[in-house]
Design a protein around this ligand. Structure first.
Ligand code: PLP
Length: 355
């Protein structure tokens, strides 16, 4: 075994508790993209055992996979009712987030056909302009549209929650309150991870954090309050000393300026280690940061371990973890922590630490 992705379920549970306490109201777990790439079933099982009873996925297939592990918890599919999805949604007791007028009509008809009200959330678009019914469409809805729907929550999604100064936050909140007023007695769902930190005004009956559960900083303007969750380690598989003037890797894009010790690690862009990180990121070897030199290959990276003379073949190095936070890699790759986590490949041996 030469590369291991450790996922700390205890840290995920403790992050969920922190978010729930901070929110002061019920708090869900967002598990789309297989729990942000870290393992939907394992994470769902741990969160459910800790008392979380509302879950969100993007795809129906993800929800169906989780259902046997979540007993009677609410599972909502954010992608809603796709063509041909009704049977599966009903069979697995999954609530779609209804995001278009047509979906409301289709879901209501599905309930009428089955002679019972089917559970759903109503997604209102308050500014993302991506999914959700517009406020005008919401205004056009009547009781008749919901005759066979059991509306669990009215929800919306914040555009810029990670920027407390964004004027849109308040505007969305106001639009959401106006839309939700049409459904008295129906609970609301507003904040994502960062939204929880926008203050009590952004509290609702159900927060929907994803990224922060997995250790991504929901407050980029200040220190990360979350515990790190993912740690990726790889063993040195080869070592060589190259004299000054020697090129390393594809295109010899990096050339040694002086005699250099190069270690090769079994991690590459096919594993989600972004190609752009070559020449930018570091790997932690024995607590020292060693630069990634040369191109990132599909399955390999090369690092400069000249400053760690004791480094030997078989030694473990940290590629992501306490020394190399997800955020730093994200900044170096010109992306966010979400993309770093969800890109992590399937080839690492995965180890789950107990909740
Ligand atoms: C992804 C998503 C979330 C979770 O967002 P985070 O920023 O990861 O906390 C919540 N609600 C909706 C609709 C989403 O698509």
């Amino acid at each position: 075994m030469s590369s291991v992705l450790e996922i700390d379920l205890g840290a995920i549970v403790s992050n969920w508790r922190l978010l729930r306490d901070r929110h002061g109201h019920p708090t869900a777990g967002v598990l789309k993209a297989d729990g942000y790439g870290l393992g939907g079933v394992e994470i769902a099982t741990a969160l459910y055992a800790a008392g979380c009873c509302h879950f969100f996925t993007a795809h129906l297939s993800e929800a169906v996979t989780l259902r046997p592990h979540l007993s009677d918890a609410m599972i909502c599919v954010l992608h809603g009712v796709g063509p041909g999805d009704v049977e599966t949604l009903v069979a697995h007791d999954i609530a779609p987030a209804l995001s278009t007028f047509g979906e409301v009509i289709a879901w209501n008809e599905a309930g009428a056909t089955r002679g019972r009200a089917l559970p759903a959330l109503l997604h209102v678009d308050t500014g993302m302009n991506r999914t959700g019914l517009s406020p005008a469409e919401v205004a056009a809805l009547t009781d008749e549209h919901f005759r066979h729907i059991r509306l669990l929550y009215v929800m919306t999604h914040l555009v810029s929650a990670d920027d407390p100064a964004a004027a849109l936050n308040l505007a969305q909140k106001v639009r959401f309150a106006a839309a939700a007023a049409k459904f008295p007695g129906v609970p609301t769902s507003l904040a994502n991870s960062s939204g929880i930190f926008l203050g009590a005004d952004f509290a609702s009956d159900l927060a929907r954090p994803g990224a922060a559960l997995y250790g991504v900083n929901p407050t980029p303007w200040t220190a990360n309050p979350m515990r790190p969750v993912a740690r990726l380690r790889a063993r040195i598989m080869a070592l060589r000393d190259v004299p000054a003037g020697t090129g390393v890797g594809y295109d010899h894009q990096w050339v040694a300026a002086q005699s250099t010790r190069i270690a090769t690690l079994p991690v590459g862009y096919a594993d989600g280690y972004h190609r752009v990180l070559g020449g930018r990121a570091d790997v932690s070897v024995d607590g020292r940061l060693c630069p990634v030199v040369g191109r990132v290959s599909m399955d390999l990276i090369t690092i400069d371990v000249t400053d760690v003379p004791a480094a030997a073949i078989g030694d473990w190095c940290e590629v992501i973890g306490p020394d190399i936070p997800v955020e730093r890699l994200a900044a170096l790759a010109g992306t966010n922590g979400y993309e770093i986590l969800t890109s992590l490949g399937r080839r690492f041996h995965r180890v789950y630490r107990g909740a």
